[in-house]
Design a binder for this molecule. Structure first.
Ligand code: HPA
Ligand code: ZN
Length: 325
């Protein structure tokens, strides 16, 4: 399945940083973040909550627009190796200039330059979704939403929320989502990974999102599954992430195939690939092994993913041709 053209909608930019890249930056800056890595140089964490801490510690090595420019190139090189032709990545003004609009614009400019270069040289198109971070609280989310509203356009195409799903409730963030929507941004929210089906329902009803990050625990409430299918809400499913973090024991236990059979629009992503020891190519291989999904199934899901992408129609038409290859 390596050669199949792929569309990825759920990728945290810092979480996609190769550990050697972060280690190299830390060395250049004489930062001691050794605790982030294990003896083999992989990221080390105990569980999801520890992962969030390690994520932020690793991110502390990224300190300038230039660092983010290099990061985007490093990440897209990996995407290209897996056959990804279109990718949407979560970017956070929290980590890029501390939610200051002027600083954020400089970071964004640097990332876009790298994305242009990668589109030319690697054939991967990238767009950004600004995410607020749930455990940083609603007040900081409002500042993030202002950054998003100021930079909404053809490259920043969406707004979302990541972080610790167990803190607060979606409606705490309603102001931020309304602000982003009014600026023309499309909306997604992490839910139904650590929270149950009610967290998916709340994100859909209280924030008005059209996509859900993960959302897989909707399977525990079949009335909700039917609602998602009928309303066409799209799930950004990250099976390898869920298996690595222990939400499901194996790929065969993962509900992606059942959700798909029940008519929910599922897509396939990696979340934070080096943290979860995965790549888009590996997700495809594991799904093929677990559910005997064939090329036709993967092509249908890639097309479904592109339909759910937040980019403009011209970009979709161009990528659509690549998916037919
Ligand atoms: N889930 C939630 N929040 C995150 C993640 C994730 O995988 N990565 C970075 N922030
Ligand atoms: Zn995620």
């Amino acid at each position: 399945m390596d050669g199949l053209p792929k569309v990825e909608l759920h990728l945290h930019l810092e979480g996609a940083a190769p550990p050697a890249f972060i280690a190299g930056l830390a060395k250049e800056k004489h930062l001691d973040i050794a605790g982030v890595f294990d003896e083999r140089g992989n990221y080390r964490y105990k569980d999801f909550w520890d992962f969030l801490k390690v994520y932020e510690a690793a991110t502390s090595a990224l300190q300038s627009p230039r660092d983010y420019q290099r990061l985007v190139l490093a990440v897209l090189e990996e995407s290209a190796k897996s056959g990804v032709v279109y990718c949407e990545t979560f970017v956070s003004p929290d980590f890029c200039g501390g939610r200051d609009v002027g600083a954020w614009k400089e970071y964004l400019h640097a990332m876009q330059e790298a994305a242009d270069e990668a589109e030319r040289d690697l054939g991967v198109t990238l767009r950004g979704i600004i995410t607020c971070i749930r455990h940083f609280g609603p007040e900081k989310a409002r500042e993030t939403a202002r950054c998003a509203a100021e930079t909404a356009g053809s490259w920043i195409v969406g707004f979302g929320i990541a972080g610790d799903e167990k803190i607060g409730v979606p409606k705490d963030f309603r102001w931020s989502f309304d602000c982003a929507r009014e600026a023309g941004l499309r909306l997604t929210a992490h839910a139904g990974e650590w929270g149950g089906p009610e967290s998916v329902r709340d994100a859909v009803h209280d924030l008005g999102v059209e996509r859900i990050g993960h959302g897989v625990r909707a399977i525990e409430d079949l009335a909700l599954v039917d609602e998602l299918a009928e309303t066409g809400i799209v799930l950004e499913v990250c099976p390898g992430s869920n298996v690595t973090l222990g939400i499901y024991k194996t790929f065969r236990d993962h509900p992606i195939a059942e959700l798909d059979r029940r008519g929910v629009k599922v897509t396939i992503s990696t979340d934070d690939p080096p943290f979860f020891h995965t790549t888009m190519a590996r997700e495809y291989d594991e799904l093929h092994k677990a559910f005997d999904w064939d090329e036709g199934q993967f092509r249908r899901i890639a097309r479904q993913s592109l339909d759910a992408a937040f980019c403009d129609a011209d970009t979709k038409a161009r990528i659509g041709k690549l998916l037919e290859a």
